[in-house]
Design a protein around this ligand. Structure first.
Ligand SMILES: *Cc1c(COP(=O)(O)O)cnc(C)c1O
Ligand code: SF4
Length: 450
């Protein structure tokens, strides 16, 4: 083939179909001589994941300046999450510009970029623990529920809602534990059996990627055996941060494929919900992994989190939706960032979300267009961001209702404090003024003043 013809063709390929390929990981000093077979081995990925500054230093060596390591070290001490980054993600970060890189921002905290928390921030803002009839099972909506199968993940996302439960204890937070314990699962099955209206179970964690394959099979088979359970979603960030596992962990993949197939014969849907947040997370390896799922008839949907400095940009979100569509992954949700401690730097304003949503809708097929939602703090559940009862960008307060989840209740969401004017920021620090602002917003909401 004439090389120049190939180049010409390449220029005509739209951006969303151009994926990183080749041995891109070899720019990382520690992976310089790692061949493709090794890099695709999920055990190698797990074993070489970055969990400390020491490991980071051993991996990147002099690829980044010494100041950067100091910044990370300080960052590690101030966050409620543990840190774990796969070599795959390490290789997709642009280390020429680690301060701005969207993937670095999501997984590796820098002290210099942290911002003070909003005074209204609390751990477990979604009240998952309060809505849990059995440990590790959140039943908030009438016909669907969330099963927390374990408390570990292949990476730890800084923005994680479940930072009360996921990961190791850190300096800031002592975690609630959810083990891969069959006795605990049995209590959950008993509860589900007692609730015939429950049709839809989300198998989550932690991350289902880290379930032992026999546990995944056990959970899938037992849930499918409950007659009123009609749909199961297996929620995992895995395809986004360690896609090679789907190509090389034959036991785990086999368990997934078997559950999906069993479900199909029972006329029940079993699908995968994953969690890409940025087009840079999609490589040729992701394509190969998703192609395999496509061949086995496994539906994949995506839930992204809107994050400042990561994907709070209309063109990035369009590119993400199109690139995922190319992988046969349907964009399902984009979440406003939850009110989580220690990640105020990643939160955006509601206005940002509203603007991006308007631009994304209409740019591609409707079934590949995500719904932008806010998971209302206090247990209101997911609400379309446009459905606010009241929003004041000046105070950053928005108010939602959830008539089918918690009728009669009002739920607040708050824009990041540092995006507000200095005067309003000062008001937030004053207990009386704070209550006044919230009360005024509530009155406006109750009077139908958007
Ligand atoms: C998100 C969530 C679900 C699933 O909701 P969908 O809108 O159907 O994706 C179920 N239970 C809880 C507690 C949840 O947070
Ligand atoms: S993979 Fe999911 S559960 Fe685990 S840290 Fe990330 S967002 Fe949280």
């Amino acid at each position: 083939m004439e090389p120049h013809i190939e180049n010409q063709n390449e220029q005509m390929i739209p951006e969303h179909r151009r994926l990183r390929s080749g041995e891109f990981w070899q720019v990382i000093p520690a992976y310089q001589s790692v061949d493709e077979k090794t890099f695709l081995d999920y055990k190698w990925q797990l074993k070489h994941s970055i969990t400390s500054v020491k490991k980071l230093l051993e991996t990147l060596k002099d690829l980044v300046p010494a100041d950067f390591y100091k910044d990370v070290e300080k960052g590690f001490h101030h966050v409620p999450m543990a840190v774990r980054i796969s070599p795959y993600v390490m290789s997709l970060i642009d280390w020429d510009n680690p301060y701005e890189d969207p993937l670095r921002r999501q997984f590796l905290p820098l002290a210099s970029q942290l911002k003070p928390d909003h005074p209204e921030l609390h751990l477990d803002t979604l009240h998952e623990q309060a809505d849990s009839p059995v440990p590790g099972f959140t039943h908030r909506y009438p016909d669907k529920a969330l099963l927390l199968a374990l408390d570990i993940c292949p990476v730890y996302c800084r923005y994680c809602t479940r930072s009360y439960g996921v990961g190791f204890d850190t300096d800031e937070v002592e975690k609630v534990k959810f083990s891969q314990d069959v006795a605990r699962y049995q209590k959950i099955f008993e509860y589900i059996k007692s609730q015939p209206q429950l049709e839809d179970i989300v198998l989550s964690g932690g991350d289902a990627y880290m379930l032992r394959s026999e546990r995944l099979r056990y959970l899938g088979e037992n849930l499918l055996a409950i007659p009123h359970v009609r749909r199961i979603r297996i929620a995992t960030k895995g395809p986004a941060i360690m896609p090679m596992k789907l190509l090389t962990d034959h036991d785990w993949y086999g368990a997934l494929r078997d559950i999906v197939e069993q479900g199909r014969y029972l006329h029940k849907e079993v699908c995968v919900h994953t969690h890409f947040s940025h087009p840079q997370e999609v490589s040729d390896i992701s394509k190969r992994a998703m192609d395999r799922l496509m061949e086995d008839g496994i539906t994949v949907r995506n839930q992204a989190v809107l994050q400042r400095g990561v994907n709070d940009d209309k063109n990035i979100m369009v590119l993400l939706a199109r690139r995922l569509a190319y992988l046969n992954v349907q964009s399902y949700y984009v979440y406003m960032h939850d009110l989580v401690k220690g990640v105020e730097d990643l939160r955006t304003t509601l206005q940002t979300g509203l603007d991006i949503e308007k631009f994304v809708r209409g740019s591609t097929a409707g079934f590949n267009t995500p719904n932008f939602v806010v998971d209302a703090p206090g247990g209101g559940g997911k609400r379309s961001i446009h459905s606010y009862e009241h929003y004041d960008p000046e105070t950053g307060i928005s108010i939602y209702t959830a008539p089918s989840v918690k009728p009669g209740q009002y739920f607040y969401y708050f824009d990041p404090i540092d995006t507000l004017s200095p005067n309003i920021q000062a008001d937030w620090q004053n207990q009386t003024k704070r209550e006044e602002m919230k009360e005024a917003a509530l009155v406006a909401a109750k009077h139908g003043r958007k």
